[in-house]
Ligand binder design. Structure first.
Ligand SMILES: C[C@H](CCC[C@H](C)C(=O)SCCNC(=O)CCNC(=O)[C@H](O)C(C)(C)COP(=O)(O)OP(=O)(O)OC[C@H]1O[C@@H](n2cnc3c(N)ncnc32)[C@H](O)[C@@H]1OP(=O)(O)O)[C@H]1CC[C@H]2[C@@H]3[C@H](O)C[C@@H]4C[C@H](O)CC[C@]4(C)[C@H]3C[C@H](O)[C@]12C
Length: 383
């Protein structure tokens, strides 16, 4: 796999850092999640695929010293705390990079390492708000609306940080040097929104929220309810595709206002809605599948894996526990990701084997254990 041989330590965090670690593990890196001890009964990390767990108390001097030692033998550290936490533990980048100049120290936070909010708590919605993007999301006359925690946590956070890590790993092949990555989710999501900034001059966003081309203003870029309570998604932007949509709906474009007549959009939406409400989702699929009308079913999580297209591409996978989840993307032709099919690790499940691998002796491990700095988990006790 592309990242095989890369050693990663991921300090356990909430949502973005676990995704970042899972991406690296899916593409072949050896990812160790450093969990807290005393451990809670169950890990809250649902993105532990392919990782192993080491339970280590970083607040104890010997625990922090153990992490320093682990960092000397690792390529990447992913750190998910607000600014100042690592410094307080004596584990700031100056210390760790001095001991291992090849280390890539990835700091994945909401607000970044500097600035007024660097030490403030926050979550996805706050980062999205500060990036400016939240102000664009939502329907007409409604409050701004955050699409779950997908944008800041995962796109602007986990994925962007993984890109930073892979870029730094590539650069290191030339310089031999590591570096610090300051991955702010506010900036990650702002960067992802470059298109919105750059397209302002095209007049795409001149109207209030919810009245523009791609923000649910246009009738041809909308979801519509079907007679069986499901939905269809319509994205017929280009005139030739719009024409196919009109045909599929049984309308005559000669008798309709022009596609880009903004003032007619609200009425056109009502018309489209009443037509979509007359057939089931399956009926609409049989009309639109195989056309260029850009009309697709809005699939539920129950239906998505069995949809013919997704099945043909094996886009979803099932692990040993019969849990279905998305296959890693993108597909690399020679060295594709090979996700683990095993269950996620229990906290502390691999403490001993990891420490041995990183050069700790049995005696050192026993001492850390008797000092309650590390913890082991017996998987059978968790079943
Ligand atoms: C799914 C829920 C999560 C949703 C997340 C969401 C919407 C997000 O936006 S996540 C993005 C959050 N932001 C960031 O990650 C940015 C950077 N981080 C931060 O800003 C902060 O970390 C913070 C604000 C997120 C949290 O602040 P906090 O004060 O708690 O932490 P820090 O200041 O960073 O300091 C960390 C301290 O911890 C010490 N530490 C760390 N590691 C160790 C260690 N190994 N040993 C010792 N000590 C350690 C460190 O030293 C710091 O100490 P100090 O403060 O003294 O300096 C899920 C959210 C809640 C989940 C549910 C919940 O857990 C209950 C159930 C549990 C059960 O097991 C499973 C079901 C649950 C219902 C569970 C379900 C879900 O997972 C949640 C709902």
């Amino acid at each position: 796999m592309a990242l095989s041989g890369v050693r990663v330590l991921e300090l356990a965090g909430l949502a973005p850092a676990p995704l970042c670690g899972m991406i690296l593990a899916d593409f072949g890196a050896q990812v160790v999640r450093v969990d807290r001890t005393p451990r809670s009964a169950v890990s809250t990390d649902v993105q532990g695929r392919g990782k192993r767990s080491l339970a280590l108390d970083l607040k104890r001097p010997s625990g922090a010293a153990a992490l320093r030692r682990l960092c000397r033998g690792t390529d990447v550290l992913i750190e998910p705390f607000r600014h100042g936490v690592m410094e307080k533990l004596g584990l700031g980048p100056e210390v760790l990079l001095q001991e291992n100049p090849r280390l890539i120290y990835a700091r994945l936070t909401g607000f970044g390492q500097t600035g007024k909010y660097a030490r403030s708590a926050g979550h996805d919605i706050n980062y999205l708000a500060l990036s400016g993007v939240l102000s664009k999301l939502g329907r007409k006359d409604e409050n701004p609306y955050a699409p779950l925690n997908l944008l800041a946590d995962f796109a602007g956070g986990g994925v962007t940080c993984a890109m930073g890590i892979v870029t730094a790993l590539y650069e290191r092949t030339k310089s031999g040097k590591g570096q610090i990555i300051d991955a702010s989710m506010v900036e990650g999501i702002a960067y992802l929104s470059s298109f919105l900034w750059k397209s302002q001059n095209l007049g795409l966003w001149n109207r209030p929220r919810g009245e523009n081309l791609l923000d649910s203003g246009a009738p041809f870029y909308e979801t519509y309810k079907t007679s069986d309570g499901k939905f269809m998604a319509v994205g017929a932007i280009e005139p030739q595709f719009y024409e196919e949509l009109i045909k599929g709906l049984g309308l005559d474009s000669g008798k309709l206002p022009s596609q880009l007549s903004f003032s007619d959009w609200p009425e056109m939406k009502k018309k489209f809605a009443s037509i979509f409400a007359q057939k089931t989702q399956a009926e609409w699929c049989s009309i639109f599948d195989g056309t260029d009308a850009c009309v697709t079913p809005v699939l539920s999580f129950d239906d998505v894996a069995s949809h013919q297209h997704n099945k043909e591409r094996s886009s979803f996978i099932e692990n040993d526990q019969e849990e279905i989840s998305p296959r890693p993307a993108p597909l690399l032709s020679r060295t594709p990701a090979v996700p683990s099919f095993k269950r996620d690790p229990f906290i502390g499940e691999h403490t001993e084997e990891i420490l041995l691998e990183y050069g700790f002796t049995k005696q050192e491990i026993t001492k850390l254990y008797s000092d309650k700095v590390i913890e082991f988990s017996n998987p059978k006790a968790n079943l």
